[in-house]
Every structure is written in structure tokens, then in C-alpha cells.
Design a protein around this ligand. Structure first.
Ligand SMILES: Cc1cc2nc3c(=O)[nH]c(=O)nc-3n(C[C@H](O)[C@H](O)[C@H](O)COP(=O)(O)OP(=O)(O)OC[C@H]3O[C@@H](n4cnc5c(N)ncnc54)[C@H](O)[C@@H]3O)c2cc1C
Length: 498
């Protein structure tokens, strides 16, 4: 093996939002940082590059929003109800994770979300109001369906471009096609990492190492091993490079695992989408307007409550429910009353759609579905809709069903008005929830709870924050918050500590 010492104080493994933030914050403290990235330069940015860009943060009112978007016009301020989002953020995390989120990590995520967003802005990331995805008009006012009121300008790719530009300005080197494969731990802690690179096998030394290499969502073998049978068959929404290396390397040197290793963020994703994400289509394979229709499986049955909550609190768990259906697919069915409510992603060229003028004709178009059973499901569903509550697509309207084994709790509309459309979906994995156990200072701990000197982790390499589900827009925030902390803490470790 070719030996090549590095003169870095901190090595960051992985260049998504978490790794890029870690690199910038260690550099701010005057440390020499290098970043290792498995992907070639034209595929850089990890899952961060694929992200829609929703950014959930805690704010006390419009003044906090103005910290991130100082160029909001007075007209926009007057006509937008931003509201506030303080303790509700913690409540939302606790609710969707069924009370399992690590309280210390959740507090840090929420408590540092605003200041970290402001720091991202200082580093060139730009925010805009999340009008398109979350906003709706109520008279002259724009209101939001939930409190994820800002997004990154240019989406995930906008964030990646801004952060790589910041690294370049600071003179931080990124070594592409350089995959960390083994951590080197000596008596005093971390000493270096072995890498595969275009120059062959090398060892790079540094007293501090930040694992920011995502989860194991792109590794079918690990998905089947940890998420369970059938997960090898799921599609991957983002990068192909998050194959669990960061987790494996750390576990091999005694790191402790924590969190929901059998759980992941997964959504309804076009049945014909490729095995991994396609950056040109990005998030548009997602099919998120199911609250306005019904979702049926190969047996022609409904199997989930399409209207259980607003989209941002259900979409991340329904991919797993689809994966559990026979042959791992489903059809989302809509009638003419709601077609104009379908999100932009339903109008792309790469969509698996059928349409018909009668429900009987649609039944024959639903490939793989028992038509008679489907028609019976629609009939029973229509009969169960509580028509005395008005339909309101913008708020949880309470228009539900009565007496169905699988209820629909909001936005229940009869499926009876032509034209009819249906969209075929399967499970698309976004990122895995299980990961490394860290302290509030992002130090990776061993099975005895002691920090492994020099080893830090951030972003979706960390476990303990999300279980079963997740509040939409929290992944980029978590990556930035814990990336910034990990870089700053890694910078405080000097070679003499080893
Ligand atoms: C389609 C999609 C849409 C999303 N939309 C949103 C959204 O709107 N809002 C939101 O908050 N979140 C969203 N997310 C989730 C969000 O993207 C992630 O939570 C976040 O980007 C995680 O950042 P990260 O830095 O931990 O991981 P990543 O961005 O995935 O970065 C990990 C990096 O590590 C590299 N790597 C892996 N192994 C190695 C190795 N051995 N050596 C060197 N490098 C390695 C990878 O190549 C990758 O570049 C979305 C995700 C996807 C896939």
C-alpha cells in the first residue's frame, strides 16, 4: 500500500451538507481540513444535491424569517402569515417519532436551527419563502399548510453549489473519487483513514476525523439485513454512493450504534423510476398528492389513511407501507374534482399514468390490479364519505369516512367525476434512520459510552434523532446543525491529544 501522510488537522469523510458544514466550521477555527468524497466531481453533493430544499427551522416571527430572507418585500411581509414555530418543532419531532427521538439531539437540532441557517447564509446559501410547496392563498393573504416556511434557493443543488463555492474560497481541498474504507485507531484514538483513490490504496493521517458519509440506503444488502426482507427491492431516491461505509468503518473500531436501524425515510415513488436517483428528474418521481385521492394495492384494496395528517407528516412513512403490499406497488387514484390540485411532479414526462372517462374503464387500465375488487373498493369508499363536512384542500378539513376498516380522516371525496387518473408508485428510500451514537458535541462514543478520541459524526450517519417517520424538511437542518458542531469540535482536538 502506498503510504501518504497528510498534514491535515481534520479529515471529513463525505461531502453532503453535513460534511461541507463540518469542513467550513473546522476551517473557521484555523484548522487545515481536507474532505474525502467517493463520488466523482460531476456527481458530488450526496443526497443533499437531490433534495427539494425544504428547510425546517424554529422561528419566533417574521423578524427571524427576515434574518434568512432580508430581501422579503414589504408587500410579501404584509400579505404572508408566517406565524411562529418554537416549541411546536420539538412537539412535531416527538409526535412523528412516537416519543423516541433522543431529547438532547432534538433540543440541539431545534435550538440551533435558526443560528445555523443564518450561518449558512453567511456562507452563501440563499433562502426563499416556501410558497410553491407549502403556501396557499386565503383572500389576500398567503398562509402555510405547516410551519416549514422557507426553502433553499435552487433546492439541494443550490445549497451544494453555494457550500462548495465557500470551500473553494476558503482553500479547503476536496479529494473526489476517494472512498474512505478503514479507520485507523491507535492507543490514543483516531490516527487516520485508509482510502481507495485514483492513486490506489493510501493512508491519510489526521488526529480528527468527521464521519459525514450518509446512511446505508444505497446498499441493497444492508437494506435487506437491517430494514428487513423486501427492502432490497426498493428504489433509491438519491445518490448511489451512500453504501454504509461510514457506519461500517466506525463500528469496526468499536463505535456504538443507536436509533432506528430497521427504519428509514421512504416515500411513494414512481414505479418506473430508475434504481438510483436521476439528478435531472430529482424529487419529481415522488408522488405526494395522495391526500386528495385513494391509494389501492394489487388486490384492489385501500391499505392506508391517505388523509391521516398533512402531507409533510405522512409522506416519509408511506413508502414503507407500500413496500409491504403484494408485489410492492400501488396506484394512486384521483377523479376530475381534484386533478387541478395535483402537485407539479404529476405533470412530468417521466410519469407512470393511466386515464379513462369511466371508473370501469380505469379499472381495466390499472396494470396488476384485480378490477372487480377495485370497483367494489371505490363503491364502498364513496358510500362512506361524510358529505356534510365541506372539502378544503388547504387545511385538515375533518371531512372523513364512516365505517371503513381503513378510514380516510381528512379530504375524503367521492371518486365519481370523470376524467379519472391513476399513478403507479412503489417505495423510494430517501435515507436510513439508524446510525452512530454521538454526544451533544458530535463525538462518536463506544459501547461503554466513552467518546472515541478524535472521532466525530454528523448528518445521516448519526442515529437516535428520527424513528419511524420525520417532519419534512428536517434532514438538511440536521445535517447543517450537527455538521457545524462536529467540525468545530474536531478542530479542538490537536495531535498532542493522541
Ligand atoms: C430526493 C431527496 C429529496 C430530499 N428533500 C429534502 C428536503 O427538501 N429537505 C430536507 O431537509 N431534506 C431532504 N432530503 C434529505 C436530505 O437530503 C438529507 O437528510 C441530507 O442531505 C443528509 O446530508 P448528509 O450530508 O448527511 O448526507 P449526503 O448529502 O448524502 O452526503 C453524504 C456524502 O458522503 C459520501 N460518501 C459516502 N461514503 C463515503 C466514503 N466511504 N468515503 C467518502 N465519501 C463517502 C457520499 O458520496 C455523499 O456525497 C431529501 C433527500 C432526497 C434523496
Amino acid at each position: 500500500m502506498k503510504m501518504a501522510d497528510s498534514d491535515a488537522d481534520v479529515i471529513v469523510i463525505g461531502a453532503g451538507v453535513a460534511g461541507l458544514c463540518a469542513a467550513l466550521s473546522a476551517n473557521e477555527l484555523g484548522k487545515k481540513v481536507i474532505v474525502l468524497e467517493s463520488a466523482p466531481v460531476d456527481q458530488r453533493g450526496g443526497n443533499t444535491a437531490f433534495a427539494a430544499g425544504a428547510f425546517r427551522f424554529s422561528y419566533s416571527g417574521v423578524d427571524d424569517v427576515l434574518m434568512l430572507i432580508p430581501d422579503l418585500s414589504s408587500e410579501e411581509i404584509k400579505n404572508t402569515e408566517f406565524g411562529t414555530y418554537t416549541d411546536e418543532y420539538i412537539d412535531d419531532i416527538n409526535r412523528v417519532t412516537e416519543g423516541r427521538a433522543d431529547p438532547a439531539l432534538a433540543d440541539i437540532l431545534v435550538g440551533q436551527s435558526l443560528e445555523t441557517a443564518a450561518w449558512l447564509r453567511e456562507n452563501g446559501v440563499r433562502f426563499i419563502p416556501n410558497y410553491g410547496s407549502q403556501g396557499y392563498k386565503d383572500g389576500a393573504k398567503t398562509k402555510f399548510r405547516d410551519e416549514s416556511v422557507v426553502k433553499i434557493s435552487g433546492g439541494g443543488m443550490g445549497m451544494v453549489d453555494a457550500l462548495f463555492a465557500a470551500l473553494k474560497r476558503q482553500g479547503i481541498a476536496v479529494n473526489y473519487q476517494t472512498q474512505g474504507v478503514r479507520l485507523i485507531r491507535g492507543a490514543g484514538g483516531i490516527e487516520g483513514v485508509q482510502v481507495h483513490s485514483p492513486d490506489g490504496e493510501r493512508e491519510l493521517t489526521a488526529p480528527a476525523m468527521v464521519i459525514a458519509a450518509g446512511g446505508f440506503e444505497s446498499n441493497p444488502e444492508m437494506r435487506a439485513r437491517y430494514l428487513g426482507p423486501g427492502w432490497d427491492l426498493a428504489k433509491v431516491r438519491g445518490t448511489r454512493f451512500n453504501v454504509g461505509d461510514g457506519l461500517r468503518m466506525a463500528l469496526e473500531i468499536g463505535a456504538s450504534s443507536t436509533g432506528n436501524w430497521s427504519g428509514c425515510h421512504s416515500v411513494a415513488w414512481d414505479l418506473s423510476a430508475p434504481e438510483y436517483g436521476d439528478i435531472n428528474v430529482g424529487v419529481n418521481f415522488k408522488k405526494d398528492s395522495y391526500p386528495y385521492g385513494i391509494v389501492i394495492n394489487a388486490d384492489g384494496h385501500r391499505f392506508l389513511d391517505e388523509g391521516a395528517d398533512i402531507r409533510t407528516f405522512t409522506y416519509a412513512k408511506y413508502g414503507a407501507v407500500i413496500l409491504r403490499q403484494p408485489k410492492q406497488f400501488a396506484w394512486q387514484v384521483f377523479d376530475g374534482k381534484v386533478l387541478d390540485l395535483l402537485r407539479d411532479e404529476y405533470h412530468i414526462r417521466q410519469v407512470t399514468r393511466v386515464h379513462a372517462d369511466t371508473i370501469e374503464a380505469l379499472a381495466c387500465e390499472l396494470h396488476g390490479v384485480d378490477p372487480q375488487s377495485f370497483l367494489a373498493t371505490v363503491k364502498n369508499f364513496n358510500a362512506a364519505v361524510c358529505r356534510d363536512v365541506p372539502f378544503d384542500p388547504n387545511v385538515k378539513d375533518g371531512r372523513d369516512t364512516d365505517g371503513l376498516a381503513v378510514p380516510k380522516s381528512n379530504w375524503a371525496n367521492t371518486i365519481d367525476t370523470p376524467p379519472f387518473e391513476a399513478y403507479a408508485v412503489t417505495c423510494g428510500v430517501t435515507f436510513t434512520f439508524g446510525g452512530l451514537r454521538i454526544t451533544p458535541d458530535a463525538e462518536v462514543v463506544d459501547s461503554g459510552g466513552r467518546p472515541i478520541p478524535g472521532l466525530f459524526a454528523c448528518g445521516s450517519s448519526v442515529g437516535g434523532l428520527f424513528y419511524f417517520n420525520y417532519p419534512g424538511g428536517s434532514g438538511l437542518t440536521a445535517g447543517a446543525v450537527f455538521g457545524r458542531i462536529a467540525g468545530a469540535r474536531a478542530a479542538t482536538r490537536s495531535p498532542s491529544d493522541t
